[in-house]
Design a binder for this molecule. Structure first.
Ligand SMILES: Cc1ncc(COP(=O)(O)O)c(C=O)c1O
Length: 358
């Protein structure tokens, strides 16, 4: 395993913390706004849960997830039986290749610039890793697993339905499982993100496809740990069996909190509005300070460059008390970018804007 990348930000963190008006930490995409009241109430109501919870979750949770996909994302036809709750999505991402039976000699394809856990998961399985956004660069052999992530962490890029459709067709011809990490799907700003399970993409069949969802970002659920996966019934069924054996179970109070979060769209609208407003403040301030913002049409990050080495930009911002992540955390192609998260309070975002303008 490579060194955990965040440890290398310690020095920049110290510099940023020394700012007289305090640090503005835009390095990690961790929610800072309150957990919605409906979610907290559901968690509290289930706090007397002495028995073991079901790995598959209660039927109402699975039904709420299927209904949310239809209502929020136009994904129809998900059978609630094919919804599998996960303990947040990171553990699922990390263990998926192993649980799917990916082994040394198999290949896992990840985006050129990618959330680091795709690589970690492939390494845990001992698989070969290929970083690419272009299936034509892969040759005739079929990889075991191919990850998609639209909107992307770190770039905020959205892949159009035609692109996703081509990848799905390509993968089906080769027996490759396509796993689409859709944790930012509800956060489209200048583009409308599309699920891999949208009929325009999958042609009405979920065969060979998995869509991974997280409640962390849209429902401020990161501290509770809740997500789910759905898609190909055979694959979900296999994963359910394995996760039962391995004890990979969402705690019962959290299952009920998930049901509440998936059944309510009002808190999601409120949270979207908060991030939209922060983005509207921060983006122009960065551009006025000489940054170029690339992609970033959706999701929780601004992918920004000062046309210099990423670590130089990290230091430049740290001297102004603002901590961000170097693009190299996400792949070699990120060496001239930094990733700037929108996950800070309005007050801290205003502090960053003042410092950028000062
Ligand atoms: C692309 C992507 N996938 C998955 C996750 C994991 O989120 P969680 O484990 O909170 O569901 C993150 C978190 O930042 C992410 O950016």
């Amino acid at each position: 395993m490579p060194r955990f990348p965040w440890d290398s930000l310690a020095t920049a963190g110290e510099t940023a913390r020394a700012h007289p008006d305090g640090i503005v930490d835009l390095s990690v995409g961790t929610p800072v706004d309150p957990v919605p009241d409906v979610v907290r109430a559901a968690l509290r109501a289930a706090d007397d849960s002495p028995g073991y919870p079901a790995t598959h979750g209660p039927p109402q949770l699975r039904a709420a997830a299927a209904a949310a996909l239809a209502r929020r994302h136009g994904v129809h036809g998900v059978d609630p039986e094919d919804v599998l709750p996960t303990i947040g999505s990171k553990e699922f991402v990390a263990w998926l290749p192993s649980l799917l039976g990916t082994r040394p000699g198999d290949t896992v394809v990840i985006p050129e610039l990618a959330y680091p856990t795709y690589e970690a998961g492939a390494r845990l399985a001992g698989a070969e890793i290929v970083r690419t956004d272009a299936t034509h660069s892969l040759g005739p052999a079929g990889p075991a697993v191919l990850w998609l992530n639209s909107p992307s962490n770190p770039t905020g890029r959205v892949l159009p339905a035609e692109h996703l459709r081509k990848v799905v067709d390509w993968a089906r011809e080769r027996g490759t499982v396509v796993v689409s990490d859709e944790c930012y799907l509800a956060l489209g700003w200048e583009a409308e993100p599309v699920s891999v399970l949208d009929p325009e993409v999958c042609g009405g069949s979920f065969e060979g496809l998995l869509a991974v969802h997280s409640l962390s970002k849209t429902s401020n659920f990161a501290g509770y740990r809740g997500g789910f996966v759905t898609g190909d019934p055979a694959l979900v069924g296999e994963l359910l069996e394995l996760r039962k054996h391995a004890g990979m179970i969402v705690p019962r109070p959290v299952q009920d909190a998930m049901t509440a979060a998936l059944s309510d769209d009002e808190h999601l609208r409120e949270q979207r509005a908060r991030y939209a407003a922060r983005r509207e403040r921060l983006r122009p301030a960065l551009e006025e300070a000489g940054f170029r913002v690339d992609h970033s049409v959706a999701g929780l990050y601004l992918w920004a460059s000062r046309e210099e080495d990423a670590w130089q930009t990290v230091r430049w911002l740290a001297e102004r008390g603002v901590l961000v992540a170097p693009g190299t955390f996400y792949g070699p192609e990120g060496q001239r970018h930094v990733r700037i998260a929108l996950t800070a309070s309005d007050e801290r975002i205003e502090a960053a804007v003042r410092r950028l303008r000062g």
